[in-house]
Design a protein around this ligand. Structure first.
Ligand SMILES: Nc1ncnc2c1ncn2[C@@H]1O[C@H](COP(=O)(O)OP(=O)(O)OP(=O)(O)O)[C@@H](O)[C@H]1O
Length: 353
């Protein structure tokens, strides 16, 4: 079950040559620089723009040029969310939502689920102009879900929000991605959103889909641009083992290893995902003596690569997971790191994602 497409499209000097596979129960992020064609690809998926090619959802063709088949947008079971919420300004939140249920005939159970999922109960009587940017986007997402889509396409839904509104809406999006059994395609050029929400990544460059794969793999591939960004990070999975109330620390399990992080409150045994920035991982060949760094993990060097001038990237295996470390070129000359070498990774800080 998935959304699959292969498109060719030209618009003036811009040429789109893209393929996409977006599995169910996953957020597939289209990621790339401004102007690389992310929105164009999303519009082609929605049928808003007519590319040459093919596109099908769960085995049903939406577009198949050889068969002269093209299902218009309004007949595709899709939810679309744009940067601006596009609400009916004179209507209440409830009326905006009811409008979406007219054609889909979504019932009370779906209404309640969607309203609860996006925390809209207290806002139902308000009119659109009285909502904050983040609240408007939550209504826009709810409205698209009440149309009972089989796929959700989101085009930079947080781009027009300030940092505080983004932070407020991200947990709702995370809930959504965990609970919806449909493919979601999410366009962004924010690395934070990519890491928080993505499961699959499609990297785009100059109209082409360069490479695609699971988030953790794509972030840590030294041959791809993600690992060479200033904010390059790895995402690792751990489990809450317990906490130390007095020291305000949580203890996480990473295979046979332990990590100590500033206190988080998930229950014991709960899986957590951590973002570890490459610049926050330093390396040493010998076990460090007394150090303020709480997490010193035995690791194996998998690969090294030159990075920006004076910088070097190292891909490491820790247990069965991958970390990145950014060190100076001078440190690389001192340590002479080679694939297969055993090192100690000193992890200065991690963030829960
Ligand atoms: N309506 C239009 N008419 C002509 N060219 C357009 C139009 N919309 C976009 N383009 C061009 O098509 C190319 C792809 O644009 P697109 O909006 O798909 O990129 P994007 O990756 O989504 O960018 P951003 O992240 O800035 O939204 C760009 O070169 C852009 O200038």
């Amino acid at each position: 079950m998935s959304l699959e497409a292969r498109f060719w499209h030209s618009r003036g000097r811009f040429v789109l040559d893209a393929q996409l596979q977006a599995p169910t129960r996953a957020v597939t992020v289209l990621f790339g620089h401004s102007g690389c064609g992310k929105s164009t690809l999303l519009h082609c998926l929605a049928g808003l723009e007519r590319a040459a090619g093919r596109c099908r959802l769960n085995g049903t063709w939406w577009q198949h040029d050889e068969r002269k088949l093209f299902v218009p947008t309004h007949k595709r079971r899709l939810g679309l969310v744009f940067q601006d919420a596009r609400l009916f300004e004179h209507l209440s939140v409830a009326a905006n939502l009811r409008y979406a249920t007219r054609r889909s005939r979504a019932g009370a159970a779906e209404w309640n689920t969607v309203v609860e999922l996006l925390g809209l109960g207290p806002l139902l009587r308000q009119t659109a102009p009285t909502l904050s940017g983040g609240e408007r986007q939550r209504v826009a997402i709810a409205r698209s879900l009440l149309a009972r889509p089989e796929v959700l396409l989101l085009d930079e839904p947080l781009a027009s929000l300030d940092a505080a509104s983004k932070a407020a809406i991200l947990p709702y999006l995370e809930r959504l991605t965990a609970e919806l059994a449909m493919p979601m395609v999410y366009v962004t050029h924010s690395a934070d959103e990519l890491v928080r929400l993505g499961n699959q990544v499609i990297l785009m460059e100059a109209g082409r889909t360069l490479e695609a794969g699971p988030l953790e793999t794509m972030l840590s591939r030294l041959d791809l641009p993600l690992a060479h960004r200033e904010d390059a990070s790895a995402v690792i999975a751990a489990q809450v083992q317990g906490w130390d109330e007095a020291l305000h620390l949580s203890i996480l399990r990473l295979g046979a290893l332990q990590l100590r992080v500033p206190q988080i409150r998930p229950r014991v045994g709960q899986p957590v995902r951590l973002r570890v920035r490459a610049r926050d991982v330093s390396l040493t060949l010998d076990p460090p003596g007394r150090t303020s760094i709480l997490n010193v993990l035995p690791a194996q060097v998998l690969e090294t690569a030159a990075d920006s001038p004076g910088q070097h990237l190292v891909r490491l295996r820790i247990e069965d997971q991958i970390l990145l470390s950014r060190i100076s070129e001078l440190s690389q000359r001192h340590l002479c790191l080679q694939p297969g070498m055993a090192v100690f990774a000193q992890v200065k800080s991690v963030a829960l994602v």
